[in-house]
Design a protein around this ligand. Structure first.
Ligand code: SF4
Length: 293
């Protein structure tokens, strides 16, 4: 039987990540001394391409200096970062995704109106590793209540009178809605005022939906993306519910899958990539599989 490879109708770089990447390259072309503040994308290949353009990355705020043209990545930053840059007259371009920016502004506003903020997101409940977006958003309000798992809801401290809840953009919407429902009931039970906004990202949701659609028809799925990318991991978990799925960080991982006979001639293979994967990687993988199988 003939091997088939199909790329998900919607996948790869979301507009937030694409925008940050494009702006960085554009600024470099304009002759600016572009410095990325932290990893712009969880994508080794993109990072290497940027290094070739002499675009450097700095991890610590203290390493940023006058003369740098700092790119703030799509994940968003806390207020402290802006204060630091402004106080030292360091030029920067805020490439925070508009979705994340609006959440940060919203929690800041609600916080100033006296609401205690609850943020559903990957703050490291089990891993101890906080997602940068959660870290950034947390800095726009006073000590928010962070929740990642349903089991934590019972322990929410209800000493405030009103609460506002937002969700990390790349958090699973399905999981978040279940948690919001439970929190809402708890608030009602204790007579607290409760408002929320489902701030999960639509871009991510469409990638998930289209990838799951493909997973339902394909024999096997390959999810391409960085292993430390939160949304790629989520995508992998979603598609692997429907078919045998593999994670590939690069074409080398796909070569290993072929060598180990995990994917073989005659398979119908679905390909998708998370919000930090570039479409060129998927095209290359598709062409390679079709060439060798
Ligand atoms: S996943 Fe959504 S919220 Fe996050 S950067 Fe991309 S478009 Fe923005």
């Amino acid at each position: 039987m003939e091997t088939r490879v199909k790329i998900s109708e919607v996948c790869c770089l979301c507009y937030g990540a694409k925008r940050a990447l494009t702006k960085s390259v554009e600024a470099k072309k304009e002759g600016k001394n572009v410095v990325l503040f932290k990893e712009i994308l969880h994508n080794k290949r993109v990072v290497q391409e940027l290094q070739k353009l002499n675009i450097v990355e700095k991890e610590n705020l203290e390493d940023l200096q006058k003369g740098d043209f700092v790119i703030l990545r799509a994940h968003g930053e806390g207020k402290g970062t802006y204060r630091y840059l402004d106080s030292r007259n360091i030029e920067y371009l805020d490439c925070t995704c508009p979705n994340v920016l609006s959440i940060n502004k919203l929690v800041e506003k609600k916080n100033s109106e006296g609401y205690k903020i609850i943020l559903i997101g990957k703050y490291g409940y089990k891993t101890g590793k906080m997602h940068p977006e959660v870290l950034g958003t947390s800095n726009w309000c006073d000590s928010p209540i962070l929740i990642e798992e349903e089991e934590e809801i019972d322990t929410i401290n209800l000493s405030s009178e009103k609460y506002f809840l937002a969700v990390q953009t790349t958090f699973s919407q399905e999981k978040a809605l279940k948690m919001i429902d439970k929190i809402s009931k708890k608030m009602q039970q204790f007579g607290k005022k409760f408002e929320f906004k489902d701030t999960t990202c639509n871009a991510q949701r469409v990638i998930n939906e289209k990838s799951v659609k493909l997973a339902k028809e394909a024999d096997k799925m390959i999810v391409v993306g960085g292993k430390n990318s939160s949304n790629t991991k989520e995508l992998f978990n979603n598609v692997s519910t429907y078919t045998t799925s593999f994670f590939a960080e690069s074409i080398d991982d796909v070569k290993a899958l072929i060598k180990d006979k995990k994917i073989v001639k005659g398979d119908y293979i679905g390909l998708t990539g998370g919000a930090s994967t570039i479409i060129e990687e998927l095209n290359e993988i598709r062409d390679y599989i079709l060439k060798v199988l």
